[in-house]
Design a protein around this ligand. Structure first.
Ligand code: ZN
Length: 182
């Protein structure tokens, strides 16, 4: 019974509010902190694969990559780009004067360009960074497998070289035959 209620709580958990997500995306520090979180065994994928826009953890990098290409994520990105305007509009509707409202819109527009560029710069290689980070962790965990990989690569390279030499020799033999035949 106890376990069941915990599970229910987790799935019914409210998703993060759009205003909070906009705040998450507002500064390089905040984005960096969310992009590289400490491992937490209570979170999917130990909390290592996070989509900031959707405030969602994924089990692994492949799942996150699929999500970032998908409809749900794209819809959320669009929602977030519209949200500040709707906020300003509702503020205006509650009686703030029009001039103040226009000022706020102009300020938002001026700030949003550079902010978006910063966000793009910080997140465009997110999954590539996770791939590198995961590889590094794997190497630290399994040094013997790294060694094995290196040995296999060296063997493959040696085999390739032997084959190339053999092919070259064969070509030489053919050439010799041709010479003899002439
Ligand atoms: Zn997302």
């Amino acid at each position: 019974m106890g376990r069941y209620s915990v599970k229910r709580y987790k799935t019914k958990r409210r998703t993060r509010d759009l205003d909070l997500i906009l705040n998450d995306l507002s500064s390089p520090d905040s984005i960096q902190k969310l992009k590289q979180q400490p491992e937490d065994e209570n979170l999917p994928g130990l909390g290592q694969y996070y989509c900031i826009h959707c405030a969602k953890y994924f089990l692994d990098n492949t799942a996150l990559k699929g999500h970032l290409r998908g409809k749900v994520h794209k819809r959320r990105v669009k929602e977030l780009s519209v949200n500040p305007y709707t906020n300003l509009e509702s503020e205006a509707a509650t009686g703030t004067n029009l001039e103040k409202f226009m000022e706020k819109v102009a300020k938002y527009k001026a700030d949003e360009g550079p902010r978006r560029e910063m966000e793009h710069g910080m997140l465009k290689d997110q999954t590539e960074e996770y791939d590198l980070r995961d590889r590094k962790k794997w190497e630290e965990l399994y040094p013997e497998k790294v060694l094995e990989e290196a040995q296999k690569a060296a063997e493959a390279a040696a085999t390739k070289e032997r084959k190339a030499l053999a092919a070259e020799e064969e070509t030489n033999i053919v050439t010799d035959d041709e010479i003899i035949m002439e």
